[in-house]
Unconditional design. Structure first.
Length: 117
């Protein structure tokens, strides 16, 4: 059974940095796409960033230039380096992954990021 486990939750001050990690278990297959979504209280879950196995990336406009997504294909792990954090980045961040041969999206349990002074 595929599981995605996020780590790196935390409380940071505005302007600070935080790195999230998401490791996949229960599979030896490489995911085609891995990425991050976030959901703030009372809002829908929105795309943050995605990365393919070939390292093509896609970012939400709101995080471009501040966040960097990367992955380690050998470890089936995806990272999100977040810099210059703003209060509006406060949300639960969810890891997601998908194989190229299936429309199924796997999701992690979510990790809380709070940006506040």
């Amino acid at each position: 059974q595929v599981q995605l486990v996020e780590s790196g939750r935390g409380l940071v001050q505005p302007g600070g940095s935080l790195t999230l990690s998401c490791a996949a278990s229960g599979t030896s297959r490489r995911f085609y796409t891995m990425g991050w979504y976030r959901q703030a209280p009372g809002k829908q879950r929105d795309l943050v960033a995605t990365i393919t196995s070939g390292s093509s990336t896609n970012y939400a406009d709101s995080v471009k230039g501040r966040f960097t997504i990367s992955r380690d294909n050998a470890k089936n792990t995806v990272y999100l380096q977040m810099n210059s954090l703003k209060p509006e980045d406060t949300a639960v961040y969810y890891c997601t992954a998908r194989y190229s041969t299936s429309p199924t999206n796997y999701w992690g349990q979510g990790t809380q990021v709070t940006v506040s002074s």
